[in-house]
Design a protein around this ligand. Structure first.
Ligand code: DI6
Ligand code: FE
Length: 413
């Protein structure tokens, strides 16, 4: 028989968790096959429907030995570029100080700002790279990275340049967010509106002009910025044609998610304190609820994000590490899936959708997050029998092979 196709690479004898919506649980195909060609998925389906004998269809044909393939994982909310750490602050919190008290006393985010301002671009790159590598070890192929520890134009730009450089040196797609409105820097004490002038003027112009940001974020909170200030940031983002997202309702309900929805935000993140009005607004605007169980856990929060309301109104839910030195020094997206289930009562299928299909949506990326013909060939082969195992186990890494944009970039066996 003459080859009917000439794909680059084909796996057979694999279980595919396609994660497309509407079909069977996980979009599962038990005896599946998947082919890649020129960086995209050329074919995915049931092995019995392949257009010929597997060995004739691709230049390289691999037996998956029953392993499970999912889309490449996507960590849609991180602050992984920073200098220093806050282990001492962790000790103080365990002795009774609250996250908010430490922030108000000039610690918290501002202590990381100090360390980050003092770090050279090289030092910042070297400090951040191992954190990103930890994520990649577990099959992450797309990562969002925020600025927000500079709070002055030069350092904000430096952080975003480091994020771009990480993408150029490691097998990962990086999506960057400008988070100038993360905290009020000490030199603007008592003048928060003046600081927002700087964020909406010089800072965002510089960031946009240099093409350093793919989106704009803000921290709408008692210890961050109020609703009116957040709205100014969103308007400035709009002027530069940048999509918005928001840290909303993490510690209190300031109605940030409703505002974010009004501005068509791609995601609203944290959301422990959101109420139903916020959820319905998000449903209408198609804003993703990006939940961060690492921060919930590490701050020993007790108020749960309202999963039942997100389900009731059909708001897509994503899960991310929030990797940052203060509220979530987490470098494992698999652990977040487990925590999404154990702490937030998500199902393992919801957890996997949260780091694939819905995480892609949270970043406004429609070319990935599911296994379908035409999507980017970002895939992970897992040494598990069923995709529920990815959420079930914790502290283990069953990742066998990672394919990024059609290339095998990691192989463990
Ligand atoms: N909420 C968070 O959880 C992170 N930023 C934010 O606005 C924490 C950042 C930090 O504490 O360094
Ligand atoms: Fe965050």
């Amino acid at each position: 028989m003459t080859p009917s196709q000439n794909w680059d690479l084909l796996w057979h004898s694999v279980k595919l968790a396609c994660m497309n919506k509407g079909g069977s649980a996980y979009g599962l195909i038990e005896d599946g096959a998947i082919a890649v060609q020129d960086g995209t998925i050329a074919w995915a389906g049931s092995a019995s429907e392949l257009p010929g004998p597997a060995e004739t269809l691709a230049r390289e044909v691999r037996d998956g030995e029953g392993m499970c393939i999912t889309p490449g994982l996507i960590d849609s909310h991180t602050h992984l570029v920073y200098a220093g750490n806050r282990a001492r602050e962790f000790e103080m919190r365990l002795e009774g100080a609250s996250y908010e008290e430490l922030a108000k006393a000039g610690g918290g985010i501002l202590s990381t700002v100090q360390a980050t301002r003092n770090a050279s671009e090289e030092a910042l790159f070297e400090a951040s790279k191992p954190r990103l590598m930890s994520l990649l070890e577990e099959g992450v192929t797309t990562v969002e990275i925020k600025s927000g520890y500079g709070l002055e134009t030069e350092t904000e730009c430096r952080m975003l340049r480091v994020a771009r450089k990480l993408e150029s040196e490691l097998p990962v797609s990086i999506s960057t967010s400008f988070l100038g409105a993360h905290a009020l820097p000490a030199e603007f004490q008592g003048r928060s509106d003046d600081y927002i002038d700087l964020v909406c003027g010089e800072m965002i112009s510089e960031v946009a002009q240099q093409g350093l940001a793919d989106a704009v974020d803000a921290f709408c909170e008692g210890i961050g910025f109020n609703l009116a200030q957040t709205e100014r940031v969103f308007q400035a983002a709009g002027k530069h044609g940048l999509p918005v997202k928001l840290h909303a309702e993490q510690l209190s309900d300031l109605k940030g998610a409703r505002l974010a929805a009004e501005y068509g935000a791609v995601s609203a993140d944290h959301l422990e304190y959101i109420e139903e009005d916020g959820v319905t607004a998000m449903a209408e605007s198609g804003t993703v609820a990006n939940l961060l169980p690492g921060a919930f856990y590490f701050l020993r929060e007790t108020k749960l994000p309202p999963l039942d309301l997100f389900r009731k109104h059909d708001v897509p839910v994503a899960l991310a590490t929030d990797c940052n030195p203060g509220s979530s020094p987490a470098e494992s997206l698999l652990l977040m899936m487990n925590m999404g289930c154990t702490l937030f009562r998500m199902t393992p299928e919801e957890a996997l959708a949260g780091v694939t299909r819905n995480a892609a949506k949270a970043l406004g990326l429609d070319d990935r997050g599911v296994l379908e013909k035409g999507k980017r060939a970002d895939l992970v082969i897992w040494d598990v029998e069923h995709p529920a195992e990815l959420s079930y186990r914790f502290g283990v890494n069953p990742c066998n092979t990672v394919v990024q944009s059609g290339k095998i970039v990691r192989q463990f066996s």
